[in-house]
Design a binder for this molecule. Structure first.
Ligand code: SF4
Length: 91
């Protein structure tokens, strides 16, 4: 089904997160506060073994607006979104 196809990828530089959690207020299902270091955890994301501190998750069109909103409000700009097909940066 087209609607379920993963079309985008979020790339999150967790190392540079300052823990303000604005992202979470825009998309709490995907950004959770970590009790140990107070940074955001990308729910169901995976850490890139080649780049420690960089977390990624592929997602469908359905989640685009909420991911975009959370990326746009991040004060330190550590959340970015890429189009999987074209490789273009969306945010
Ligand atoms: S908004 Fe940015 S700095 Fe704040 S918790 Fe989310 S990722 Fe971290």
């Amino acid at each position: 089904m087209e609607a379920e196809k993963k079309k985008y990828k979020v790339v999150y530089n967790r190392s540079n997160c300052i823990g303000v959690l604005t992202c979470s207020s825009f998309y709490p299902e995907r950004w959770a506060i970590n009790k140990d270091d107070a940074k955001a955890d990308l729910v169901a994301g995976q850490e890139d073994p080649a780049q420690p501190g960089i977390w990624t998750l592929e997602f469908t069109e359905e989640e685009l607006e909420r991911f975009k909103a959370s990326a746009e409000v991040c004060p330190v700009n550590v959340i970015h979104i890429y189009d999987l097909e074209t490789g273009e940066k969306v945010v």
